[in-house]
Design a protein around this ligand. Sequence first.
Ligand code: NAD
Ligand code: DAU
Length: 354
Amino acid sequence: MRAPKNMLVTGGCGFIGSAFVRFLLRAQGSVARVVNLDLLTYAANPDNVAEYATDPRYVLVQGDIGDQALVARLCEEHAIDTIVHFAAESHVDRSILGPLVFVETNVVGTVKLLEVVRARPGLHFHHVSTDEVYGSLGPEGLFTETTRYQPNSPYAASKAASDHLVRAYAHTYGLSVTLSNCSNNYGPYQFPEKLVPLMILNMLEQKPLPVYGDGLNVRDWLHVDDHAEAIWAIVTRGARGETYNVGGRSERTNLDLLRMLIDEVARQTGTSADGLGALMRFVADRPGHDRRYAIDCDRIERELGFTPRHDLAGGIAATVRWYLENGGWIERVRSGAYRQWIEANYGDRDARAA
Ligand code: NAD
Ligand code: DAU
């Protein structure tokens, strides 16, 4: 059993990292210090942790995981005993358009962090990764912790490389590490390039709802707060050197999930589900689009006693409510760089229609 006291969280202003920081500061009284190291890229928003901005336990540092001198100084100054590593480029579509930054951040950035940990053998390092490293499933079967790696997108390949490096450092240099490979997260504070917030916000603005390909690709959905709890279970109770798959046992086709979102937005805004459904557009498929992900989460349930608290219907209803009630947050993240990028790369989204 590990008892983290002074923690360095990388990427703690992103979607999942910020959920983890809020979870630590809200629910883990034994944690004395949370240092959030985040480069504040387009995907970050310090507002995601605004409620703890003045908490004496919390420190936000704008910086790069690749800055070894900075990371070493933070570990020294704050007597860090545990690093939880979320920072990454995380969007598959962006990795298809421009893979290099994914290698720079996800692979080289992770190695540079590991180099700092190598000089501090007492530190525990938890690496947050994805089910996408396992590739794509047919209609049957589940990803287990021993499924062969077969990443298909530049994003997935960069995460796979980082997983291998974490394991190799642990094996070669005797570092204390744990790893988790999780399915698709949804919930509040997710940047609106990803499916769930993109669809909700487009519905609210009466914009087209772009469905890639035939919409029958399957994802397994987990509420982000459940992911935060799963990571805590692994960091504190997971076996050294081991990997745990995390999932929600909530497989849905994209079309089924979109119909759920449409019904929920219609219900909460008092608009017509048929009218929102008419916004749906089948557009050209994502190149190399993985057909199905599904996680066998037996290990984390059996060994660490973790099960998700949220069921998908309740979690989606709460998520829609959050986006309806947080217009200010949405406006801030949708301004500037994000808009320019969308216009430059997806201005012709409808022109790509199949
Ligand atoms: P995100 O894109 O919302 O946030 C990433 C954060 O990392 C941002 O705050 C960004 O500023 C920061 N960052 C990027 N480069 C950095 C650098 N060089 N130095 C410091 N900070 C940097 O991502 P997310 O969806 O919260 O994903 C977090 C982690 O979880 C990633 O490692 C991702 O691969 C993994 N993951 C995500 C999902 C999902 O469904 N979103 C599922 C499984 C695993
Ligand atoms: O499985 C875990 C992964 O889930 C994480 O590792 C990634 O960081 C995270 O981004 C997510 O990847 P996906 O590619 O599955 O998520 P995304 O929200 O981009 O897409 C979900 C599905 O919806 C996918 O099949 C593509 C489809 N899609 C997506 C968008 C943005 C659409 O049909 N239309 C869209 O506009």
